[in-house]
Design a protein around this ligand. Structure first.
Ligand SMILES: C[S@@+](CC[C@H](N)C(=O)[O-])C[C@H]1O[C@@H](n2cnc3c(N)ncnc32)[C@H](O)[C@@H]1O
Length: 220
């Protein structure tokens, strides 16, 4: 698939897919959005409930930005994280290498390279606080037995991928979570929230990142 590199309003890159007319992140700021939706509304929230280690499942590894921010978070917080990400259409390494996250985020530990150089399907220890596994599979075929505390639900928008925002998918994700676990996503459309609630979640609409009034946090 064709890809184009785009600079978003906070200076960080994202990738645009002209065929689908979609970007991987908000054009108002990739890093800003990932920090707001996944790190602040998800990881900081669950960490305040004293989980350690925290088990995270990411739907859609994409550029690896959420994984990188999470790895950096472990350094700042000294809380261990087991991270599992799935990705059906991995980006070529040549595209990954053009992204400016390493320099903007001063990734001195080399987390970004380790995330992308990791072998698919093989868990690695990126640091004593950050275990990482990536799986080259579809969410629609994913049925692990292990449970998670936090889900970063970062699929493309419902208009682009309606099959990933259904009650059926949210039931699978609900069953993936421990009690008290949280799913966080940038999308707060009412039919999405209805599907989450039909799956059993309690859903909060909370302030979204710049450019988006609201986002959703779903709690088991
Ligand atoms: C919005 S982007 C994710 C951005 C990513 N979290 C990041 O930080 O760059 C959505 C991602 O989901 C992936 N994807 C699409 N359909 C999928 C599926 N059925 N299962 C797993 N991944 C999928 C896409 O290839 C894309 O990388």
């Amino acid at each position: 698939m064709n890809t184009e590199l785009v600079i978003t309003e906070d200076g960080s890159h994202t990738i645009y897919l002209p065929d689908l007319q979609v970007t991987y992140h908000s054009t108002h700021g990739s890093i800003q959005e990932s920090n707001h939706v996944f790190i602040n509304a998800g990881l900081d929230y669950i960490a305040s409930k004293h989980y350690n280690p925290i088990r995270i499942f990411e739907m859609g590894l994409g550029t690896g930005l959420n994984a990188l921010l999470t790895g950096k978070w472990t350094v700042e917080n000294n809380i261990a994280i087991d991270y599992v990400a799935i990705e059906l259409f991995p980006l070529p390494k040549t595209e990954i290498d053009t992204l400016n996250y390493v320099s903007i985020l001063q990734d001195k530990q080399g987390f970004f390279d380790q995330i992308h150089n990791a072998e698919w399907g093989k868990e690695i220890s990126i640091s004593p606080f950050f275990n990482f596994l990536k799986l080259n599979t579809s969410l629609l075929n994913y049925s692990p037995t292990e449970k998670f505390d936090l889900i970063y639900f970062d699929a493309f928008a419902p208009l682009i991928q309606p099959e990933l925002w259904t009650t059926e998918v949210f039931i699978t994700l609900y069953n993936l979570l421990n009690n008290g676990g949280v799913l966080t996503t940038y999308c707060s459309k009412s039919d999405v929230r209805r599907s989450m609630m039909a799956a059993g979640f309690t859903v909060e609409k909370i302030p979204g990142p710049p450019g988006k009034r609201e986002m959703a946090r779903a709690i088991k």
